[in-house]
Design a protein around this ligand. Sequence first.
Ligand SMILES: Nc1ncnc2c1ncn2[C@@H]1O[C@H](COP(=O)(O)OP(=O)(O)OP(=O)(O)O)[C@@H](O)[C@H]1O
Ligand SMILES: [Mg+2]
Length: 264
Amino acid sequence: MQTRVSESVKPITPEEFIPGGIEIKNLEVSYGKNAVIKGIDIVFPPGKVTAIIGPSGCGKTTLLRCLNRLSELTPGCRVKGQILLDGENILNMDPMLLRRKVGMVFQRANPFPKSIKENILYGVKAIKLKCDHDSTVRTCLEKAALWEEVRRRLNESAFALSIGQQQRLCIARTLAISPEVILLDEPAAALDPVSTGILEESILAMKGEYTQIIVTHNMNEAKKISDYIAFLYNGKLLEFGETEKIFDSPEQEMTQQYISGKVY
Ligand SMILES: Nc1ncnc2c1ncn2[C@@H]1O[C@H](COP(=O)(O)OP(=O)(O)OP(=O)(O)O)[C@@H](O)[C@H]1O
Ligand SMILES: [Mg+2]
């Protein structure tokens, strides 16, 4: 896949290339005989935030889990089609290598039973990534908007943090191994409004540096933080477009109804 900084017709120079573009072609996913994703094509632009929205059970989490091949850890889950990361089919990649490039943050914060610092360095140490540990810890915590709150507590247990702080720690942990893509599955679902606001600010601040794909049920959040919206309905992509366009004048009546809270 060609990933471009702009839509210009000039050939892309190496300086213009932004990694982390994902293109899905004719994706079908089933659990046993139950088809859940029914032939989806989407391009997730690199460096942008795309929000996946849609009613409960329409396949948002399933789609997200395909993008770093967590799907194949679910017994009975079958994936067909192509998912290209920077033009390379991820289904042919080493899953561990893929998950270094495509990190994931889940609905419930899941820090490891280790110190704040060791949580962040966990992946770095596991893959023996050469880097300055202290500056990696600081940079990742700053990007996740957590540094000021924990700078004097780095050796405390991650469980001593609030749930909102734990969720930001999980984002910082994901950043430590320099992914290209960050998948976020309803990351603010369990957070209070203040923590949600801080998390959204950090997502906004990471634009341009990472491709972010976020599942959310919160339309205000989708409007505030995303560049693009993918509206899934019953395993199909009903509409994809720029966030402003989707909210101002969606093409599908169903999209209009969903974003205005009339379809659940
Ligand atoms: N491990 C599984 N085994 C069997 N079926 C599953 C499994 N996980 C999900 N499903 C089914 O796949 C469909 C899509 O589920 P998925 O979790 O992707 O939906 P979702 O859009 O993320 O929903 P929500 O908004 O409630 O999180 C649902 O019908 C669900 O019951
Ligand atoms: Mg889900």
